[in-house]
Design a protein around this ligand. Structure first.
Ligand SMILES: O=C(O)C[C@H](O)C(=O)O
Ligand code: SF4
Length: 513
């Protein structure tokens, strides 16, 4: 079955680098709804360009290639142990080739296995079926959107929505709340899978299974069909928008499944997936190991940027202030920036995420950070034959995880700008004001777009933290991001959160009585 391993390799590469047609169509529709020149439209056009680049470069759409999760149906008699072995080899190969980021981390020591294999990774779900082909479906769901999954236990009281009971209307409220609480942190506009019932484990599994449904399929259960339609219409009125920048498109898909529960339990489990909704499937001939059919309409050759050009001709984008900065940056330059400005960075920036922030709290930095820029990013890197590193994908990670550390670290080292996505909280906002700092929101998932701005990897520290967590020193040119938190106490994230909570409260009255 040598060919089977090759087929699995193809499936993994396609899933990581080519967004399927139904997802592309949903993103296209979202773009049509946004007014040109708004922050949301700008973000969506970057996303569209990024989707095209990933396909052209055969490189990851987003640097977080997620938890590889395989759902496999086999004819009776097929050896499932062999299948697992071949898939594991294919995963190792795809990781070595820079199509997957090494993402399997020891939960106690923090050690990265380096090849995406380890206890519990990848995830396999096997089922037998009566068909004569093997079906393998794969989803690569990143950590940022995984963190926005949520499970409700009914009855309960929900922020903005009041009591949610054990009925269809209570479920409706949970789903609306799930979209609200994700804000832009899971790289909205997103897709949700909802599982009603089960226990805590099977409920989440059911929610994830829904993500394998096509975006435009119709739920055969009449109640659930109505619920899905309601959510699609009303969640998009919350005004969260792409990347939480505000706007019309917040949710691109909602799929709901139901299963039985215990009398005492009533769970509503929601799996949130970012716009970089990477899932694909294949049918494989068990004799030859070759792919006989792709299970979703593929996105290959279905360019996103063409729509962009058409849109540009219609309306002229609104002008916004653009400020070019190069580190070291002065406090005066930072105090001049306001929410809404576009900052273009040239020169040096340093990556840092969870492990580095924790480390810097009680250690010195290995390089001078005074006036410098920290980028919340865990890139995909490849080393060439001369030992030099090259960036394969490098979008931002969710910044809020650094909330306990960020303000202190900026003050301690004189850092002037932090780049990430999803925004930060009150503690950081206060520190930006006191110290003279700025938060720049990059477009989550646009890993190819940002990789192209990185001209050279100057060096690296803390490689022992693993590739994503290491501190990479990068030379960039034309790295653009939007000021969403400034040194005057303004936060776009706080504003959007407040406005969307008010809108959420408008959906308090019962709909499905
Ligand atoms: O781990 C990453 O690079 C990104 C992560 O998926 C996130 O959304 O924060
Ligand atoms: S960075 Fe955004 S697009 Fe990438 S996996 Fe995380 S949530 Fe998804």
């Amino acid at each position: 079955m040598k060919q089977f391993e090759e087929s699995m390799y193809q499936l993994i590469v396609e899933t990581s680098t080519v967004l399927p047609a139904d997802v592309r169509d949903a993103i296209r529709k979202a773009r049509e709804q946004e007014d040109q020149g708004t922050r949301a439209a700008l973000a969506l056009s970057t996303i569209a360009g990024n989707i095209d680049s990933a396909e052209t470069n055969v490189s990851p759409i987003c640097q977080d290639t997620g938890m590889p999760t395989f759902v496999i149906h086999t004819p009776v008699g097929v050896n499932q142990l062999e299948i697992k072995k071949h898939i594991k080899h294919a995963i190792q190969r795809a990781t070595a080739d820079g199509k997957l980021r090494p993402n399997s981390v020891d939960s106690l020591t923090g050690a990265n296995s380096g090849d995406n294999l380890g206890a519990g990774t990848p995830v396999f779900h096997f089922e037998q079926w009566e068909e004569d082909q093997i079906e393998v479906k794969l989803i690569l769901k990143g950590g940022g959107c995984e963190n926005k999954n949520i499970q409700y236990s009914l009855p309960m009281e929900l922020e903005g929505l009041g009591k949610a009971g054990r009925d269809l209307d209570g479920i409706r409220k949970c789903i609306m709340h799930a979209v609200y609480q994700a804000q832009g942190q899971g790289c909205s506009a997103g897709f949700i899978g909802v599982g009603i019932g089960g226990d805590r484990t099977s409920g989440y599994e059911l929610a994830k299974q829904q993500l394998f449904r096509e975006v435009d399929d119709v739920n055969p259960n009449e109640d659930l069909r109505k619920l899905e339609e309601y959510v699609m219409e009303h969640a998009n009125q919350l005004g969260i928008g792409t990347m939480g920048f505000g706007g019309q498109a917040t949710l691109l898909g909602c799929k709901v499944g139901v299963m039985n529960r215990l009398p005492a339990s009533f769970f509503v489990s929601v799996a949130y997936n970012c716009w970089a909704f990477r899932r694909m499937g294949v049918l494989v001939d068990p004799q030859t190991g070759e792919i006989s059919k792709w299970q979703y309409k593929r996105g290959k050759g279905n360019a996103m940027a063409a729509a962009d050009e058409a849109a540009k001709e219609e309306k002229q984008p609104e002008k916004r202030r653009e400020v070019v900065l190069q580190a070291p940056i002065t406090e005066e330059q930072i105090r001049d920036l306001r929410v809404g400005d576009v900052v273009v960075i040239n020169g040096l920036m340093h990556t840092g995420r969870d492990a580095l922030h924790k480390y810097l709290m009680d250690h010195d930095a290995p390089v001078d950070l005074n006036g410098h820029v920290i980028y919340h990013c865990g890139p995909v890197m490849m080393k060439d034959e001369h030992g030099e590193y090259h960036v394969k994908a490098a979008g931002p990670t969710t910044s809020i995880r650094e909330e306990p550390y960020q303000g202190d670290i900026m003050k301690k080292f004189g850092i002037r700008a932090v780049i990430g996505k999803g925004g930060m909280g009150a503690k950081t906002l206060k520190a930006l004001q006191e110290h003279g700092g700025v938060y720049l929101n990059a477009i989550g998932g646009a890993a190819q777009y940002y990789a192209q701005t990185i001209k050279k990897v100057e060096g690296v520290h803390f490689l022992e933290f693993g590739i994503p967590e290491a501190m990479w020193h990068l030379q960039v040119e034309g790295f653009a991001a939007i000021v969403t938190m400034d040194s005057h106490g303004n936060s776009l994230h706080a504003d959007v959160d407040k406005d969307s909570l008010e809108k959420l409260a408008e959906f308090k009255e019962p709909v499905f009585a």
